[in-house]
Design a protein around this ligand. Sequence first.
Ligand SMILES: O=C(O)C(=O)C[C@]1(C(=O)O)C=C[C@@H](O)C=C1
Length: 361
Amino acid sequence: MAAITDLKALRERIDALDDQVLQLLSERARCAEQVAHAKLAEDPNAVFYRPEREAQILRRMQTQNLGPLRNEQVSRLYREIISACLALEESMKIAYLGPAGTFTQEATFKHFGNGIATLPVDSIGQVFREVEAGRVRYGVVPIENSTEGMITHTLDMFMQSPLRICGEIMLRINQTLMCKQAEWQQAAKIYSHQQSLAQCRYWLDKNLPHAERIAVSSNAEAARLCALDPESVSIGSQQAASIYGLEVVQHNIEDQPNNTTRFLVIGDQHVSASGKDKTSILVSAPNRPGSLYHLLQPLAENGVDMSRIESRPSRNMNWDYVFFVDVQGHEADANVQQALSILRDDVDLLKVLGSYPVAVM
Ligand SMILES: O=C(O)C(=O)C[C@]1(C(=O)O)C=C[C@@H](O)C=C1
């Protein structure tokens, strides 16, 4: 009997707390509306989405969090609160590499929350074009996977595109095996995107060694084909399984336990410093001895940490190689600024692709 009374009292306490939480949320939302007016008063073409401020809020809430909710859960709740507040300021539409059910869709909602409208398009190039043409303000594209490396198509797009990087998203990729019927061990075919097939290579060698692996344009397309073909299975996100009415028969079949994909938010915005940022640059270098050393020297001498370097053959005859370099810090930081200005005098081409907050969630 005592337990029932406790339960009743606890639920009354939860109701009272919910009233307070709702009141505070409404107050926060009204503040965000006022922020929008303040931004417009400063500049009629004001940008409402401020990735640096969002990153600061999420980081601050992680520091303030004393539990029992985990930081990851607190971040997810705050992501949705900010997303709903931003939606009061501006209706956001984000293009992503679709169709619905891809990991890029999952990354898009992870970063922007559910207060957005989305435009799934069928190639990385098309995401760039939608943003360049101004049909949407931002787009999301994959850039690298911890198992399979760089997505070179995205790198190549930056050689011609005027767009900038406004943010990064890290998504833990859980590959799911799905099919129309539960006899997955008898499958003759496996549909998936080639990246996913590669991420599950050893698992497939061991568990489905005789099934033919068929690479298709996306994991969502794989799920669609699988739904039409009872002799097949497909690999992709759980979302793809639910969209195409497939049954999930195995979870987490990726070979690497920390299989993660990094995505980029692209737009034409210069993002201010958040206090923990990354800068991506593209530099050309002639194909002669010592040219890479020359390129890295100003970074090292100015204490700029490089977190990634990737080379691509240039498509332009004026130079031989193009390097994509990520450094820690914002382009407005004194040491980054200094290193870039030395580099600029030394190379044929230097393009800052963007400074943006290091992924928080
Ligand atoms: O601080 C701002 O600039 C806001 O617009 C408010 C707010 C928020 O809800 O906290 C909403 C959207 C922005 O992207 C960042 C933060």
